[in-house]
Write a protein that binds this ligand. Sequence first.
Ligand code: COI
Length: 356
Amino acid sequence: MALNIKIEKTTAPKAKPDWSKLGFGKIFTDHMFIMDYTEGQGWHDARIVPYQKIALEPSAMVFHYAQEMFEGLKAYKTADGQVQLFRPQKNIERMNNTNKRMCIPQVDPDDVLQAIKAVVDVDRDWIPEAEGTSLYIRPFIIAVDPFLGVHVAKQYMFMIILSPVGSYYPDGINPVKIFVETEYVRAVKGGTGYAKVGGNYAASLIGQEKAEKLGYAQVLWLDGIEHKYIDEVGAMNVFFVIDGEIITPSLEDGNILPGVTRASCIELLRSWGYKVTERKVSVAELYDAHAAGKLNEGFGTGTAAVISPIGELNDDGNKIILNDGKIGPISQKLYDNLTGIQWGRVADPFGWVEKV
Ligand code: COI
């Protein structure tokens, strides 16, 4: 049965921003979706309301023990004015995998898709149209019981907020400089690395701060045991091309976020006949390949970051420049085709887009 969503529209719509200066995640639309969960009752009271502050007890469990999750996907406006989502079912599937890990109740995938489409539809006129811009969709769930015992909560709020965005990095698709983090770790086997939870990002801030002070855009996280193998960049999964073979860390150990863009790139690359291998890759292997002239290019993938070429790696002061600091041919081809499908400029042979 379809979700019964009550809609209360704002009586005071906000002025639209300057679409050419969006950046990432700074502006929010006129409406939001909310649904509550109460033990014994399940998810209830689905509603779309004006974007607003929410009232929570200071004792709400999410503030203390971080029982929460989030997702990220985008809505795109095509040249003929249609609105489409990119593989929303993958985000919803990952949402329930995260919920399982975090002891948050499961959500009905059809209800979540309906809620996403409904709130995007209400704020349709907030979807920017300029090249490279889209509407970022942020579904998230928080534990709200007023209780200080360390326990699984009994009450939750599920919300969806929307933000018109441009590129995640100020330099757009220009190559980013990445700092290899050798002191702190992001995830270990058995932890929450594969789940989309705020705690993973909170734990990464210290490395991110260090990298930014040194002029680097992001941190390349290494495995939590040997500090040897590459995991991911926090806001992106990573790929490297060594001697024509495309290599990305495997999901096997559960340290890495199973990115929707990551999976889509692997499928696209394989459909074009490239060899893509998901396996362990050490920093030493990257540096050796570079020394041998075989490290062709590297790039990060993510919903927010899209395809972001890697221009430089810095491992403990030892710097290497990839592809002369320029966008590599594989990064460019992926960027053109992926964004082409998302904005409806190229055919969608895989059936990835979903109309709103
Ligand atoms: C996304 O790409 O949607 C993410 O969630 C990364 C984010 C932390 C900005």
